[in-house]
Design a protein around this ligand. Structure first.
Ligand code: RFL
Ligand code: PHB
Length: 390
């Protein structure tokens, strides 16, 4: 088998790159370890920046998003019983975010790829990358009990944090930066209308809580839990009781409970691997970096990486220039680090840290008070939340 770009991973990063390349006439094959159903069952992000919405349109998958996505002009921050709305649109000069589930983005991309008849190998086992430091890379894998070999010009490592692409790079060529937070998020999905029509991020003495949504009839809630907590130990009732305790009374009173459609715990981590290119291997999305979900940036960063990487491949194949490929890592990392900073800052503002004391709590309160009263401070948050320019 031979292709121009071998893409490892059929998450949002890999699927979006594949779709953009296919529409530009650049041949590509996607290799995915899991089944399509498994990929579609992962409940993750929900908030899209305008830059990502625009890119999905460019990829030809903006139709259902336009129809079903919820455009949000703002969100609220709660500190104990105080609730403060940030008017994103006013503060950012007219920008907004769109609430549309990652599962829906993935579904749209999978269907678009099927319609174009482009190949995706699901349940590909033992994917291994070879010779990407030279002119003729190849990828080997196993499918339906047969060993296969894919020759290509380039490899795009879009296989997430636990993938094989970053792990294939010799450790001496890689520099990594990491923060592990001493807590996780317990998330619950329920078919009930959301407690508020915009997102509410709450800092409470008992810990962080978030009210989010997927649609007018489906809510997504999160509470901060200590590391080591087990999802089996949380009944739906216990979850909703804890959620309501952490929200201002007016929001808590509006939470509608019901049986969970999904409940899971995600640990929080900040991580960056540098550089994002090794010879003919390019990393994109969670394969290269992780942010804690507090700033809603992970999926959006995957999209901005793909914007840069797609532009670089197009320049290579259409114009015969390698400038974009040579500049990809530096360009992507400049935006990645700003999102890392913002996500780390939001995480610090909103969570209870077990080892911290009254001083840190007062600093959080002062920061909140500053945001409430300073347009400059609120503007900085809004500018980052809606997404820095590509
Ligand atoms: P993914 O989605 O992890 O996809 C990688 C794919 O690669 C496959 N794979 C392999 N395939 C072949 N061979 C191998 N050896 C392979 N190893 C792995 C995997 O099966 C998978 O299909 O990475 P990608 O595409 O880079 O996308 C990144 C996003 O998924 C992630 O950043 C976001 O979900 C993060 N995130 C959020 N981001 C936002 O922008 N806004 C949000 O509101 C938001 N909320 C969240 C989140 C992540 C969460 N969790 C669970 C981590 C909320 C949560 C709870
Ligand atoms: C979500 O809806 O899953 C969500 C929203 C905002 C975040 C994180 C997750 O910051």
């Amino acid at each position: 088998m031979r292709t121009q770009v071998a893409i490892i991973g059929a998450g949002p990063a890999g699927l979006l790159l594949g779709q953009l390349l296919s529409r530009a006439g650049i041949d590509n094959v996607i290799l995915e370890r899991r089944s399509a159903d498994y990929v579609l069952s992962r409940i993750r992000a929900g908030v899209l920046e305008q830059g990502m919405v625009d890119l999905l349109h460019e990829a030809g998958v903006g139709g259902r998003l336009d129809h079903e996505g919820l455009v949000h002009d703002g969100f609220s921050l709660a500190f104990n019983d105080a609730l403060h709305r940030l008017d994103l649109k006013k503060l950012s000069g007219g920008k907004t975010v769109t609430v549309y589930g990652q599962t829906e983005v993935t579904r749209d991309l999978i269907e678009a790829r099927q319609a174009l008849g482009r190949p995706t190998v699901y349940e590909a086992e033992n994917v291994a990358l070879h010779h990407f430091d030279g002119p003729a890379p190849r990828v080997t894998f196993r499918t339906n009990g047969q060993e296969k070999e894919l020759h290509c010009d380039f490899i795009a490592g879009c296989d997430g944090y636990h993938g094989i692409a970053r792990a294939s790079v010799p450790a001496r060529s890689l520099q990594t930066f990491e923060r592990v937070y001493p807590f996780g998020w317990l998330g619950l999905l329920v078919d009930k209308p959301p407690a508020a029509h915009e997102l509410v991020y709450a800092n409470h003495e008992r810990g962080f809580a978030l009210c989010s949504m997927r649609s007018a009839g489906r809510s997504r809630y999160y509470v901060q839990v200590p590391l080591g907590e087990k999802v089996e130990d949380w009944s739906d009732d216990a979850f909703f009781d804890e959620l309501r305790r952490r929200l201002p009374a007016e929001v808590a009173g509006a939470v509608q409970t019901g049986p969970s459609l999904e409940k899971s715990i995600a640990p929080l981590r900040s991580f960056v691997a540098e550089p994002m290119r090794f010879g003919r291997l390019f990393l994109a999305g969670d394969a290269a970096h992780i942010v804690p979900p507090t700033g809603a940036k992970g999926l959006n960063l995957a999209a901005s990486d793909i914007r840069y990487l797609f532009d670089a491949f197009r320049e290579h194949y259409r114009d015969g220039s390698n400038a974009g490929l040579d500049g990809y890592s530096a360009r992507a990392l400049a935006r990645v680090w700003k999102a890392e900073r913002f996500s780390w800052w939001m995480t610090n503002l909103l969570h209870r840290f077990p080892e911290r004391d009254g001083f840190d709590r007062r600093i959080q309160e002062a920061e909140f008070d500053y945001l409430v009263h300073s347009r400059a401070a609120a503007t900085a948050v809004a500018e980052n939340y809606v997404g820095l320019p590509y």
